[in-house]
Design a protein around this ligand. Structure first.
Ligand code: FAD
Length: 432
């Protein structure tokens, strides 16, 4: 038994796990089974307290890399961080990346992760050429957009429930350097955010905003808008080596984060950007894409009680729901400093259970204050549901079975592709 936990730091569990070191290894005989990537999911979709995890992290080899075309086939436990060390010197970058480089390819596929370029390039699944799926009946099925299409579609965003992905083949993005041309501006209110996103759509491959979820009155809905393109300039910028940041050594005490400290942080962060970093700059790709990776185990700042992350999207036609939710969060005084706002685009993913839809998407942390935090998220669920939006399972620890079915009506089709030997804590909760 080993300790496994998800990123939101709760619940910590001792779990039965196997760690295969070669792709052809057979699946464990005890059940239920669940693949485990690097535990960067915030909730319980990567945990399986009633069964056994297949920890993929020793399957971390590149199988084939065509430096001319940028097509790469890797074992599923390879981290994006390790991938970039191999591909960037040859001028290739992962086509879609989440806000941390410490995710595995298998985890990126199973949650069909999105990045700051969703408005242009869709999800990770849009760039998957093929993968091998190992099922509990011993079969190994190669899936692609043109072979075993239904399993291909069900496995992308399929939360690890359709089988174990042993390798993944993706098409990388050609880049001229490892630096980014970044432009930063300030906005006041959600309408200004929407206008900036619309303007940025054609001019910038990447865009994202930090939103102040604490301030009210004239500062309601203010934020920092950051748009970027891969740079063609080989300018030496202070490169931050991966994992260079100081680790947070211990759990912070629960009182360290309260509405006063969070408000103070938000003021400081907003004004630092307003005064010091507006306009154009050149940044190393790690500082741009993975700012949080520089503080190892930053999740410990929430203390041993952990936190919840809540991430939702609402369709563009119902964006007033975003204002309603932001009002509710500000009123509650429970908002944290990590609120990320992004306008998703219209590119559809091949993933049957994929989370994104065209519209604004907000992700923020709530320090765990027990029942009052759960109650707030239930209220937010009601607004998201009424707006025909969706909550992201990769970040979830508490959504009800009823809410899940409303967010993912396609689940009736999905269940036919689940491997009967596979399950997770998340799945047992939402399929009740
Ligand atoms: C700081 C931070 C920023 C983030 N930013 C974003 C973001 O911008 N966009 C976004 O979409 N997500 C984001 N995330 C969430 C994260 O990208 C996803 O949860 C990702 O799927 C985690 O990958 P992992 O390798 O850690 O997998 P895990 O969390 O261990 O597992 C995730 C899922 O994948 C399944 N799985 C893992 N390996 C395999 C396999 N080999 N075969 C089949 N199934 C498998 C698991 O069963 C589980 O259901 C962020 C997380 C953090 C901590």
């Amino acid at each position: 038994m080993s300790a496994y936990r998800s990123w939101a730091y709760r619940p910590a569990q001792r779990q039965a796990a196997v760690r295969p070191t070669w792709r052809e290894a057979s699946l464990p005989s005890s059940q239920p089974i669940l693949p485990f990537g690097n535990g960067r999911s915030y909730g319980d979709s990567c945990l399986n307290s009633a069964g056994v995890l297949i920890d993929s992290r020793s399957l971390d080899h590149v199988i084939e890399f065509n430096r001319e075309t940028g097509r790469i086939r890797c074992e599923s436990g390879l981290l994006l961080d390790a991938l970039h060390r191999i591909t960037l010197p040859a001028g290739w970058f992962v086509p879609v990346t989440p806000g941390t480089s410490y995710v595995t390819l298998g985890g990126a596929l199973a949650n069909d992760v999105h990045g700051k370029n969703h408005h242009r390039d869709g999800c990770f699944g849009n760039h998957v050429c093929a993968f091998e799926l190992c099922r509990s009946d011993g079969s190994r099925i190669v899936c692609s957009p043109s072979s075993n299409e239904l399993l291909f579609s069900a496995t992308i965003g399929g939360l690890g429930l359709t089988g174990f992905v042993s390798w993944v083949e993706i098409q990388l993005l050609s880049v001229e350097s490892s630096t980014m041309d970044v432009n930063t501006s300030v906005f006041y209110g959600l309408e200004e955010f929407m206008a900036l996103s619309a303007q940025s759509h054609d001019s910038h491959q990447y865009s994202v905003a930090w939103l102040d979820c604490v301030s009210s009155g004239k500062n309601f809905g203010r934020g920092i808008f950051i748009q970027a393109n891969h740079s063609s300039q080989h300018v030496p910028v202070a490169e931050r080596p991966a994992s260079s940041g100081l680790p947070v050594p211990v759990d912070f005490p629960g009182w360290a984060l309260n509405s006063v400290t969070v408000k103070a942080f938000n003021e400081l962060y907003f004004h630092k950007h307003r005064l010091m970093s507006l306009g154009d700059s050149i940044q190393d790709f790690r500082s741009y894409f993975y700012p949080l990776d520089s503080l190892q185990h930053w999740n410990r700042i929430y203390g041993s009680g952990g936190f919840y992350q809540y991430q939702f999207v609402v369709p563009t036609v119902n964006t007033e729901a975003l204002t309603e939710i932001l009002n509710r969060i500000v009123d509650s005084g429970q908002g944290s400093f990590l609120a990320v706002l992004k306008q998703f685009g219209a590119v559809r993913s091949p993933g049957l259970m994929s989370f994104p839809m065209e519209g604004p998407c907000l992700a923020l942390d709530f320090p765990n204050k027990g029942r009052k935090t759960l109650q707030l998220m239930d209220e937010l669920d009601a607004i998201v549901t009424a707006a025909h939006g969706c909550v992201y399972p990769a970040k979830d620890n508490r959504m009800s079975a009823a809410a899940f079915k409303q967010y993912f009506p396609q689940v009736d089709e999905f269940v036919h592709h689940i491997d009967p030997a596979f399950s997770s804590d998340f799945w047992r909760r939402v399929s009740d």
